[in-house]
Ligand binder design. Structure first.
Ligand SMILES: Nc1nc2c(ncn2[C@@H]2O[C@H](COP(=O)(O)OP(=O)(O)OP(=O)(O)O)[C@@H](O)[C@H]2O)c(=O)[nH]1
Length: 295
């Protein structure tokens, strides 16, 4: 049996006198309870080291405080409690506490027409911080959608008009012939290009909001865009998707403006920063727009 006590290097003093903004651990694996699901998450947990004379923080105390997340449904109250626990275990050392959680929210989405449904995984990041006694939660989520270029659609329509003149300019129009022409690849000679696009939404919850409206944010953004990517798809669903794309032609600027206007109506949202990326099929580079409000 050893008579030695374990050396505690973190508790030693340092003569550097230099406080640090963030000290902690990144990439901690843990399960979370969200929307009635147990989700695999990754956490970054940290505090400020305001006492510049202390060698280090007590990592294990932050790690152990995370255990509370395993046993209760995730909520702003729970996040606040965990952050308070970070600070209570670092009295005299730290005035600010930080927690970032990353996970994929699984949502079952119905098809547009058929009675089918399938799962979508939305990457989510939650940032919570308790600084000078003020608690903030930010919610980041990526929403994928389809965007059809309005310029390309207009150019394609012009080509179709030109083809119509070529094919029917000198002929008496017959309803049956025009109908058949409209349904043929020889008539509809050009199609606009579309791209898989992503809206990266960052939303700050207003003070006092006691829920995490992740699904509501996603639903609201998808409704504003009108062309969310689909899961299970039969031909009837694909046709409905083609119609949705045709009715929602979007440059990246249009998508950013739609989202800006839509997000501003959410009563729980105190500010946002959004970025849309259209992974162009016309170019090898992306078209991107940003917008923010009270960010
Ligand atoms: N502060 C700090 N600790 C580290 C680091 N890397 C590993 N650790 C280890 O994290 C472990 C947990 O630290 P503490 O929470 O201070 O552990 P402890 O002293 O047994 O716990 P308490 O009695 O609660 O202070 C220690 O063994 C540290 O050596 C680092 O970069 N900084």
């Amino acid at each position: 049996m050893s008579a030695f006590t374990l050396p505690d290097i973190a508790a030693q003093a340092t003569n550097s006198q230099l406080p640090l903004d963030w000290v902690g651990m990144c990439g901690i694996a843990l399960p979370l309870q969200i929307n009635g699901q147990i989700l695999r998450a990754s956490a970054d947990a940290g505090v400020s080291l305001d006492d510049g004379a202390s060698r280090g923080i007590h990592m294990s105390r932050l790690y152990l405080a995370l255990e509370a997340l395993e046993h209760q449904a995730l909520s702003p109250v729970l996040l606040n409690a965990v952050l308070e626990c970070f600070l209570d275990s670092h009295i005299g050392l730290s005035a600010s506490a930080f927690l970032t959680l990353r996970f994929e929210l699984m949502l079952k989405r119905p098809a547009l027409i058929s009675p089918l449904a399938g799962w979508k995984a939305y990457p989510v990041t939650l940032n919570a911080q308790l600084k000078d006694g003020v608690f903030h939660v930010e919610l980041f989520v990526d929403v994928e959608y389809s965007s059809t270029c309005p310029c390309s659609a207009a150019l394609a329509r012009q080509l179709i008009q030109q083809q119509f003149l070529t094919d029917f300019g000198n002929r008496t129009l017959s309803h049956e012939a025009v109908l058949s022409w409209l349904g043929s690849a020889q008539g509809i000679v050009a199609t606009p290009h579309s791209q898989r696009s992503v809206a990266k939404l960052q939303a700050r919850l207003r003070q006092g909001i006691n829920e995490l409206p992740i699904e509501a944010l996603i639903d609201h953004a998808e409704k504003a865009l009108g062309t969310a990517v689909q899961t299970a798809v039969k031909r009837a669903d694909e046709q409905a998707f083609a119609l949705a794309n045709g009715q929602n032609l979007m440059f990246c600027e249009d998508a950013a403006r739609r989202l800006h206007v839509a997000l501003k109506t959410l009563p729980w949202l105190g500010g946002f920063n959004l970025r849309v990326e259209h992974a162009e099929s016309l170019h090898a580079h992306d078209a991107v727009a940003h917008s923010q409000w009270h960010w």
